[in-house]
Design a protein around this ligand. Structure first.
Ligand code: E4P
Length: 215
């Protein structure tokens, strides 16, 4: 399973990219706005300079025509830009159109397996089930991943990648991998937490202390 970073913060992306574990980046309107005053195009282009992999840029239109217009604009910024559209029927139309034009899409805000099936049939490059928000509602988000994996497996013509989105803690990464997701897109904080263990810290301390006693 690949790891993407779920942020528009260039410092976080620069740091995580240096760890050698990041294959792509996802952004959304909230994450872009969080980087106060940053221009959308400049931010996406800067991210594409830092990470050589799919960079998701989200449309804000509600109708297919607007999503397609935005998608064509964003896709021209860099060959690695993936156009994010919502799991709606207008989103499906945009996916079908952009796919015919050779532009890759990420169908976001996926909360059930039928949305995932229809996104794949329309030609989505990535489907993004929101495991964290599903867990928040009291339902098991990783079960949705398992359902999508099973459905996609049945149809060998489906090549859509399953991206576990809305990752809230390191355990979500493990659950997504075991459920069969192709990608987990994680906030920087979760990636930092994922590499921490008190016994690792204690072990380093002990090794250093022992090293100081060498004769
Ligand atoms: C990623 O593509 C999503 O936009 C993101 O993971 C949403 O995460 P949230 O539910 O923490 O806002």
């Amino acid at each position: 399973m690949q790891l993407y970073l779920d942020t528009a913060n260039l410092e976080e992306i620069r740091e995580a990219a240096s760890w050698g574990v990041i294959s792509g980046v996802t952004t959304n309107p909230t994450l872009i706005v969080r980087e106060r005053g940053a221009d959308f195009k400049t931010t996406i282009s800067a991210i594409a300079d830092l990470v050589d992999g799919p960079i998701s840029a989200e449309t804000i239109s509600l109708d297919a025509e607007g999503m397609i217009r935005e998608g064509l604009e964003y896709a021209a910024w860099h060959p690695n830009v993936i156009i994010k559209v919502p799991s709606t029927t207008e989103g499906l139309k945009a996916v079908a159109h952009l796919t015919r034009k050779g532009i890759r899409t990420n169908v976001t805000l996926c909360f059930n397996a039928t949305q995932a099936l229809m996104a794949a049939l329309a030609g989505a490059f990535i489907i993004s089930p929101f495991v964290g928000r599903i867990d928040d509602s009291g339902v098991d988000g990783s079960q949705l991943i398992r359902e999508i994996v099973a459905i996609y497996k049945q149809d060998t013509t489906i090549t859509t990648s399953i991206l576990a989105a809305s990752i809230r803690h390191p355990r979500h990464i493990i659950e997504a991998a075991i459920a069969g997701a192709d990608i987990a897109s994680c906030p920087f904080k979760v990636l930092q937490q994922a590499m921490r263990h008190p016994l690792t810290d204690r072990g380093i301390e002990q090794f250093l202390a022992d090293w100081q006693t060498r004769t």
